[in-house]
Design a protein around this ligand. Structure first.
Ligand code: NDP
Ligand code: GUE
Length: 283
């Protein structure tokens, strides 16, 4: 048996089509959703993501701006830029690309973003709202994964979801979202002994560790849905994930590829969050 491949690119297109209709409606009211991405430093991977965010928002007829600053920028300067964006009425979404240089306090920067424009969902207020299952902004990557599961017809309620990785941007919010959808959730991480004992219990296995190909067929319960968040580029430019795809696909029931799985959904959900923000501000 070989797994169904969950086509994140195609599902992202469907999400984007829906957002497009919402953008058109807003434009009829004289509102153009605007996203500003703040990029500090010259990291090549970050440049790629930011480029694709910009292309997609332009395609949707949204305003997209990238503010690029050298890694030598001071924390104070960065905070001032965010204050200006918070005050700008045509900016509906603000995204500060992570990671930031070491001399800048990431928490301080994320807390300075107006929670109503925090389309990444990283502000503590939005983190708290997610925990309480209240309306706020949901982080794009885990939000996109929920959409992937829904579009692929994989039910969540009552399932055992195991998450490998507990970062603030992926693992933690992922678990919370699955819990809100009535899954039974297990978090695992680098201090989890005998990881396999946990992963082989998963009906839904989410992998976000940043460790290339660390999850193989042996970690997977036959028939499970496997979601690979990892993204790695090797020396000849080939992309791969945290899951060893060829070994995993023979055991899993459904699996996301890299590229073309979670990544395009992250971008699509950023568009949706920006549109949502403009709709809320229009009310
Ligand atoms: N496709 C997309 O849209 C996105 C992709 N990514 C990619 O996803 C991956 C993860 O990103 P992110 O969550 O930010 O990563 P972080 O480095 O912030 O977190 C990694 C997590 O994995 C855990 N971990 C590391 N090694 C192991 C191991 N051997 N066994 C079990 N757990 C382990 C860590 O544990 P501990 O807490 O104990 O250190 C940590 O919780 C990266 O490849 C990143 O590039 C990220 C965001 C979006
Ligand atoms: N504040 C902030 N928010 C983020 O959401 C954020 C961030 N910082 N820092 C970095 C990570 C990573 N990330 C990705 C987005 C899209 C793809 C993506 O589109 N991937 C394509 C391939 C793209 C390529 O060719 O490189 C795919 O998987 O098919 C990947 C990774 C968002 N992140």
């Amino acid at each position: 048996m070989t797994a169904t491949i969950i086509d994140g690119k195609a599902i992202a297109e469907q999400v984007i089509e829906k957002v497009k209709h919402r953008v058109t409606k807003l434009q009829q009211q004289g509102i153009t959703p605007g996203l500003t991405v703040v990029l500090v430093g010259e990291d090549a991977a970050s440049q790629t993501y930011v480029g694709s965010k910009e292309r997609t928002s332009k395609r949707l007829g949204m305003n997209s701006t990238v503010i690029q600053k050298p890694s030598s920028i001071s924390e104070q300067e960065l905070l001032e830029i965010i204050q200006e964006l918070n005050a700008a009425p045509d900016v509906h979404g603000i995204l500060v690309q992570l990671p930031l240089p070491k001399h800048i306090d990431e928490n301080k920067v994320l807390q300075s973003i107006d929670p109503q424009k925090d389309v990444d969902g990283f502000h503590p207020l939005n983190v708290g709202k997610l925990l309480l299952d209240q309306q706020g902004f949901i982080p794009c990557t885990p939000f996109g994964i929920i959409q992937l599961l829904d579009y692929a017809g994989i039910s969540i309620e009552g399932k055992h979801a195991v998450i490998v990785g507990r970062s603030n941007i992926v693992g933690k919010p992922m678990g919370q979202l699955l819990l809100n959808r009535h899954a039974t959730v297990t978090y695992t991480h680098s201090r989890t002994p005998n990881l396999k004992d946990f992963t082989t219990q998963a009906d839904i296995l989410i992998v976000a560790t940043g460790q290339p190909s660390m999850i193989t067929g042996e970690h997977i319960k036959p028939g499970a849905a496997v979601i690979d968040v990892g993204i790695h580029r090797d020396s000849d430019g080939r992309l791969s994930g945290d899951v060893a795809f060829d070994s995993a696909k023979d055991v899993a029931g459904a699996i996301t590829p890299v590229p073309g799985g979670v990544g395009p959904m992250t971008i699509a959900m950023l568009m949706e969050n920006t549109c949502l923000s403009a709709e809320r501000q229009a009310e």
